[in-house]
Design a protein around this ligand. Sequence first.
Ligand SMILES: [Zn+2]
Ligand SMILES: [Zn+2]
Length: 360
Amino acid sequence: MAAVTFKYLKMNNKIIFITSKHRHLLVQAIDYDGNILSQYLNNINDHRISDIIYTCDGIYVAGVNVTIYKVNVTLSDANLNVDLVPVVIKNPYPLYELYSLRFSPNNLICALAMVERKVQARKEALKLEIIFICKEMKPESMLDTLLSNPMKKLTHYWDYIELLRFQITKLKWRPKLDFNELYLSGAQDIYKLKIYLIFLTYISGLKKVLRLVDVALPETSTDIVKEKILYLHAKQLLDNLYTKCQNEGQLNDLDMESLYGTKKYLEYYAKKYKTDNELDQNVLNALENSCDYVCQCCDEKIEGFTCKSGHLNMFCMATFTPICSDNYLMCQCCNATSRADLEIENPICVFCDLYLIKPD
Ligand SMILES: [Zn+2]
Ligand SMILES: [Zn+2]
């Protein structure tokens, strides 16, 4: 019988090797010379083991009869101790077979790859279903975790956001949140503004459908909130470019383009929202010459962010420069675009903090 998965981890200078043999879970402690020091072999529940996975909070093993166990492995001296803790699933899925599972970054959501057994019996085409289940957790505590995220980036917190979206749109949960305070703190804190944008998107979507009036938001235009996010991003970018210029004595071509674009955006924002343009004279001095771009529709010169005829051109949200080639990056969540030649490893979206990818 072929084993489905081979996994190993290191513990107390030993290798802990984990695999399955049909219905049995095999865990071995091996020293660096390849000698087996201790071994655990146990029939889990008379059903075939279909997957073993590692997550941020431990190892999970899945049986084909839709059972999931957390595997706690400890090693004292050379003795292995393996403890299996069943994961309680509210819906037991008696007609399904579980073939694989994966958890979201914070283990809040689990995707189960399942096949309905009665379909097999009827000899129809095999259909694999992906069923999402989530950890039982109060939305208030998910919201608290999201707001107090020390990283101040949404990148690894989208499972919290997805569950909050589910609570708001499907279960009609209303966040007890002071939206005025959140929006006000967003004037300086780009992370808070990104969270505000997420709630605005979900709640305004619901308002259209259900004519909800019980949630009052201080700003209801997503365009205005996005422009504010870009404004804070532009200020941050300007600071970074200034520091880079001071440290390295000069800026490369992409930085110069980006500096020019940032200046244009801050001028546009100051004019539109009648705020002071806080551009530092030192930064302006670094900007020796301007960059000329032409409209992709009519070949006229682009002034600011459009040509004279007001044609829409694709812009890079990370650098405020036009995207002039087919080679660009995109956010799968909000469709924000970005140049592909950014000199950053794994660039992320300015609005969602999700990794940008090449469009299909
Ligand atoms: Zn044009
Ligand atoms: Zn995005």
